[in-house]
Design a protein around this ligand. Structure first.
Ligand code: ZN
Length: 413
């Protein structure tokens, strides 16, 4: 039941997941953490050892390499994955565990006896009978997001480099840092990748090809109050915390937050609040699939800030909104070729393609916006960014088959 590909994918994921490469959104440096380079440097070594061409670690922290073409005249295709893991959960000291031949029951965790993974809390697991499941040991995430993508691309590249009789065009590989904190795509990356279209391998269930993402803005609201000694504050003090709370409570928090929306509905999400009575700052992320609806959410936030400002003219309230990324569909719908090619590859690998809008963004959202069309391909990763994260080796093998089908199909007929 286990193929050579299964074995290689499993070994790569276990090896990569054990390396701590968590990003940090509070760090001003690029990459945000030095430890991500441990993954990047390892990939450089492994790519050189397998005979990839043009292997480099760019000064902005991206590993680039080429699988040379074996036929003339094919378009240049890119494959991307990110080396960082999510900052939201402990990612230090990951101990990957392989549960071979899953029996349908509960999966327990050596370092967290209270924890269990079962078809009750992860219904898709029920479909994985007999497959090899990889988890962490209970106190960390696994980091299959996106080490699974890295393992799939590395295995596909190794296979193509060793089998030059397989006809395919030039394939450019890119392994980015800081995807999880939205800083993975340097302005130089699309030019340096130098390809006609690309795919991120950063999706979930087998068959999924994603070409619609959120459009995203970030907002920072600053409230400056008036400071005074609390003993003599009557008619003088303006407490920034009360005004910040008023802003939060005036926003539609029962209809427009991540916890109250799904499907195609966007939200305004307060991510952090910090400060004291004299000054407070609230950070928000604004999300919607459509540009106009996203702009309306920004206008609503400003309107609430203005209203609270008007209620207390002695305070000073500012609201700064900055664009983050845009729905890749706006660009892809002009030329659906990369999406159709991926759908064909999924069918050729024996699955039915599924394309649902992602309530999030990928490096591909930015790349697409910058002129490099880049849909997202599944990897198999499940329950990501937490201790129950798991992945089936056989699902990864399906993504590998899709990669190889993509290589085979992107050739002149
Ligand atoms: Zn990811």
């Amino acid at each position: 039941m286990r193929s050579d590909f299964d074995r290689e994918l499993e070994q790569r994921l276990v090896r990569y997941a054990a390396i701590d490469s968590q990003s940090d959104d509070t760090s001003p440096t690029s990459p945000s953490t030095e430890i991500q380079l441990n993954m990047s440097r390892l990939l450089v070594q492994e790519l050189e050892a397998m005979g990839a061409a043009d292997v480099e670690l760019t000064e902005y922290g991206v590993v680039l390499a080429t699988v040379p073409a074996t036929v003339e005249g094919a378009p240049v295709m890119g494959w991307c994955a990110h080396v960082d893991t999510a900052p939201q959960f402990n990612a230090t000291g990951v101990k990957p565990v392989v549960h071979r031949g899953y029996n349908g029951g509960d999966i327990t965790f050596a370092d967290a006896p209270e924890l269990k993974l079962s078809p009750e809390n992860a219904p898709y697991l029920a479909e994985k009978l007999g497959e090899d499941i990889i988890t962490a040991s209970g106190t960390t995430l696994l980091g299959g997001d996106d080490k699974a993508g890295v393992a799939i691309i590395m295995t596909a590249a190794r296979h193509l480099l060793e089998n030059p009789e397989v006809p395919h065009g030039k394939i450019r590989l890119a392994f980015t840092p800081d995807e999880e904190i939205g800083r993975g795509v340097d302005a130089r990356l699309p030019g340096d990748m130098a390809c006609d279209f690309a795919y991120t391998f950063d999706g979930s269930k087998p068959g999924e090809i994603e070409y619609e993402t959120f459009s995203a803005d970030g907002a920072v609201v600053t409230v400056t109050g008036v400071s005074a000694h609390p003993g003599w504050a009557k008619d003088k003090m303006v407490n920034a915390l009360h005004l910040a709370a008023k802003i939060l409570m005036t926003l539609p928090h029962v209809t427009m937050t991540p916890e109250t929306t799904d499907g195609l509905d966007g939200f305004i999400h307060a991510t952090t609040i910090k400060g004291g009575s004299s000054e407070a700052e609230i950070k928000f992320i604004l999300r919607d699939f459509e540009r106009e609806a996203l702009a309306q959410k920004g206008a609503l936030l400003r309107k609430v800030c203005d209203a609270v400002q008007a209620s207390e003219p002695r305070a000073q309230i500012t609201c700064e909104i900055t664009p983050q990324y845009r729905n890749m569909r706006y660009w892809l719908e002009n030329d659906m070729t990369p999406v159709e090619l991926a759908h064909d590859a999924v069918r050729a690998a024996g699955m039915e393609p599924v394309s649902v809008p992602i309530r999030g963004g990928t490096d591909g959202s930015r790349l697409t916006e910058m002129g490099l069309p880049c849909p997202n391909v599944f990897t198999g990763m499940q329950e990501i960014h937490g201790p129950l994260e798991w992945i089936s080796v056989q699902d990864m093998a399906k993504a590998l088959r899709v990669a190889l089908e993509l290589a085979k199909r992107a050739v002149p007929s």
